[in-house]
Design a protein around this ligand. Structure first.
Ligand code: FAD
Length: 473
């Protein structure tokens, strides 16, 4: 049976694109290297028709399919389980920009396009595709839409969902739904596009998307500010909204401990205000303006002046040019990598109403420090969207592996219970995958879960699309 399926797949996509032997680590291991599965094969179709044919063959054989883009997901959703019976369907050969329409401000692209390449294509056409995240050099737009990725520009442009007008999807039965449209208004029935976005490959396979483009900003200014408390960081955000209006495109917060890990593991990066006792938090903020650089700088300086007067900021540096701005962003983007260098850690990707974040952080820090002495808190994130990566590093002395074994579930429970108490979400932008399927069961409302199961049953009655992810039953 299995041999027959592999033979069929070889006929459909060519023998070189069905990888069943050799080292498949790149497809079988998750980005954080915490989970390693075993695939029946990695299948790499080159067109929507090939994806449809592969899905039909797998459906006929009752074989589960795990869609995969860049495999940078952080929720264990893109790697196979360890049964050796699932195929990984890699979209990376589908990497064509089908069209770009600068009058309509849209482009239609295939799912396997690397995010950074799409940013470049847009830039070369004199427009902007604003989705941006640290994994942009290797994640794909299919994965971005599959997870409804957020990133650093959400405060202005929204997340992947907000940037997508239409989709092309291969359904679980192998049919092709052409929902590619550049329309900004289209109320013709249920919104199928929004069902597939964020469904993490559990309802169908996104093969192409029509994406929104924006005018390139005329000026972009970036500052790094030292702030005396999380309350002040939130107050600074309020001032930034007031002074910059829609020009505010990024507002990131970083705790000193998170920055100290960058200082320790990437000493070539010069972190402003590192170790400054008056700056337990730093904020990276960006202003993109359609007016001249001079005008933008004036507004930016007025903001910082007001912020100094209100004691929201104790010190600040403003990037003089694009290179300096990129260096500042580079520091922020390197926090997850520095954390990985420091060793095993426990990650949370949470969102809380912005006004409640200071109280949440004070409360949860105190609970964790009381329950697990010596614990180190790596807190950073997209404060402009109320999204924190509230991570926990093992105490300095001791074995991180043993720490995770003994404390991981307890830490999750303490953090997620606090999130629930503060009316937040335990998964802001990384999705559910396999990692948080049990948490969805615990923290999502029974009514919502029952509707989700009904949707899954309707669109994937055989249960072959990424089983065990999002919904674990
Ligand atoms: P994969 O990891 O391959 O897949 C992710 C999920 O989408 C899986 O469930 C998979 O089955 C599904 N999928 C993939 N392709 C398709 C498709 N064509 N159709 C249907 N389903 C599909 N995420 C953020 O939101 N914001 C951040 O700021 C951010 N920063 C990151 C920084 C680093 C250093 C890293 C490693 C990751 C970061 N991520 C972030 C997480 C990750 O980059 C995103 O989730 C990204 O969108 C995943 O894209 P991918 O192509 O790698 O998808």
């Amino acid at each position: 049976m299995t041999t027959t399926l592999l033979d069929t797949l070889r006929t459909l996509v060519g023998p070189a694109n069905v990888l069943a032997d050799g080292d498949l680590t790149a497809w079988e291991q998750d980005w954080r290297r915490r989970v390693r599965g075993k695939a029946l094969a990695v299948v790499r179709p080159a067109s929507t028709q090939e994806v449809a044919a592969v899905v039909k063959a797998c459906a006929a054989a009752g074989t589960a399919i795990v869609p995969q883009g860049g495999n940078t997901g952080l929720a264990v959703g893109s790697t196979p389980d360890d049964s050796g019976t699932q195929i990984v369907l890699s979209l990376t050969r589908m990497n064509t920009v089908r069209s770009i329409d600068t009058d309509n401000l849209t482009m239609t692209v295939e799912a396997g396009c690397i995010l950074q390449n799409l940013q470049d294509v847009a830039q070369n056409a004199g427009v902007l595709f604003p989705l941006s995240l640290a994994a942009e050099g290797s994640c794909t737009i299919g994965g971005n839409l599959g997870t409804n990725a957020g990133g650093t520009q959400v405060v202005r442009y929204g997340n992947a969902r907000d940037l997508c007008l239409g989709l092309e999807v291969v359904t679980a039965s192998g049919d092709i739904w052409n929902g590619l449209t550049g329309l900004r208004k289209d109320n013709t029935g249920y919104d199928l596009r929004d069902l597939f976005i964020g469904s993490e490959g559990t309802l169908g396979i996104i093969t192409a998307a029509t994406l929104k483009l924006y005018p390139e900003p005329a000026a972009r200014l970036t500052a790094w500010a030292a702030v005396p408390s999380m309350e002040h960081a939130v107050a600074l955000l309020g001032l930034a909204h007031k002074h910059l209006g829609a020009g505010l495109t990024g507002f990131e917060v970083m705790g000193q401990f998170a920055l100290s890990l960058v200082g320790k593991h990437m000493p070539q990066l010069r972190v402003p205000f590192l170790g400054d006792e008056n700056a337990p938090w730093c904020v990276l903020l960006e202003n993109s303006d359609s007016e001249s650089e001079e005008h933008a700088r004036g507004r930016f300086e007025a903001l910082l002046e007001t912020a100094f007067e209100a004691s929201c900021v104790t010190d600040a540096v403003v990037a003089e040019n694009l290179t300096q701005a990129q260096q500042l962003w580079h520091i922020r983007e390197n926090i997850p990598l520095a954390q990985a260098e420091e060793g095993l850690n426990i990650k949370h990707d949470i969102s809380i109403q912005i006004s409640r974040i200071p109280a949440f952080v004070a409360h949860t820090d105190a609970v964790l420090r009381r329950e697990i002495p010596g614990v180190r808190l790596v807190n950073f994130g997209h404060l402009g969207d109320g999204n924190l990566h509230y991570n926990v590093q093992a105490p300095e002395q001791g074995d991180p592996k043993a720490f995770l074994r003994d404390h991981e579930e307890h830490v999750h429970q303490l953090v997620y219970d606090a999130v629930a108490e503060f009316g937040g979400s335990f998964s802001a932008e990384h999705g559910i995958g396999e990692l948080k399927a049990d948490k969805l069961e615990k923290y999502q409302s029974p009514v919502a879960l029952s509707m989700m199961r009904a949707v899954k049953q309707a669109l994937d009655p055989q249960g072959i699309m990424n089983p065990g992810r999002v919904l674990n039953r």
